[in-house]
Design a protein around this ligand. Sequence first.
Ligand SMILES: Nc1ncnc2c1ncn2[C@@H]1O[C@H](COP(=O)(O)OP(=O)(O)O)[C@@H](O)[C@H]1O
Ligand SMILES: O=P([O-])([O-])O[C@@H]1[C@@H](O)[C@H](O)[C@@H](O)[C@H](O)[C@@H]1O
Length: 375
Amino acid sequence: MVTTKTQTQDNPIPSVLIVGNYCHDVLLQGGAVVAETLGGAASFISNVLTGLSVSFHLTSKVGLDFNYPLNHNPIVVQTSKTTVFHAYFDLASSENAHQDRVLKRVEACDPIYPSDLPDRRFDFGMAVGVGGEILPETLEKMVDICDVVFVDIQALIRAFDKNGTVNLVGLKESGFYHLLPRLKFLKASSEEALFMDVEEVRKWCCVVVTHGKDGCQVYWKDGETQIAPFRANQVDPTGAGDTFLGGLVAGLAHGFVVPDAALLGNFFGSLAVAHIGLPKFDLRLLQRVKDEMQRRKLHCSCCLERRDDGLIFTKTSGHDEFHASLASTKLVSTCSIQECQQDLPRSPRTVDQVILPQYNGQPKLLVSSVFDEPM
Ligand SMILES: Nc1ncnc2c1ncn2[C@@H]1O[C@H](COP(=O)(O)OP(=O)(O)O)[C@@H](O)[C@H]1O
Ligand SMILES: O=P([O-])([O-])O[C@@H]1[C@@H](O)[C@H](O)[C@@H](O)[C@H](O)[C@@H]1O
């Protein structure tokens, strides 16, 4: 268990604060809109935490035009529109083979200010902005009120040109660099990792680099480890990194060592890419995952010596078996595309016959029902 200052016997699951705006995502291909979905890292992450019974507080802003009913109500800003991203799946340049889409922010909701954050402490804080809404002073307040802070680098290094096209700036130039020693985890995709010096950053906080279908790599001060992927039938890469982070944090909240939590991240990332937009997880699948997590916890509870901060970075015995057991839970997943479209927008477009490129550049035809492939 990652034991933190505010954790008690009665409340063994850490309290989690998620900070980042919800958004409306519009997926385009060949000049046509192929889907409109709820987006924003906050939505993908809260989807996983809810699925794995980790409760959280969410600070997120939207405008009056926000299109989706949600359990965790965002702050509605009367004078601002909801953040909107257009994702162009056929504009990614051939020189930039690791880029699977070109993103444009076409509306930007208000930033999240320190005063928007709750006046209480949390065990875990997640800074997961998508449209530049997290300010350095907001992250500073997060590290003040949260014991362990996780950051998605996309919240820090995105810059938007006059058309709203997302460009990335070096982490050193981002205005957030001075806060790195106060973070515990920084997550980046392989494309984003090019904008930081992993060797330098890992001296301060754990760096997790995701590699699409190839899983992820975890770097800490004095070691690194590769975490194996799960196979998936990719139809839309949107939200894979966010859903990965949700799985990683849910795993740590449940007391897993870092490699097992990252495995859960890979598992949920592989579920996300098999759906367009926000996946609605099959309840039987979730139950089986929870059962496997319980079994893994029992296996690990007797054999671990934790660091002072409760984190263990090296793989423990049974890690590969945990991978195999998670992979086998996918055998029960039979949800259809229709079931997987949660909270459809008021005027949904058809999602049939959409082709969105895979991370490795191999296009995949979207069929009307999706079955994840077991390993
Ligand atoms: N095609 C895929 N097959 C299996 N797992 C995938 C695939 N694409 C992504 N994932 C999972 O999701 C994680 C995040 O995906 P990645 O593409 O690296 O991030 P991002 O969405 O931020 O670009 C990966 O580390 C992996 O675990
Ligand atoms: O695909 P991913 O990198 O994990 O995360 C995505 C963001 O990059 C994007 O800005 C947002 O519109 C999507 O809803 C999603 O949050």
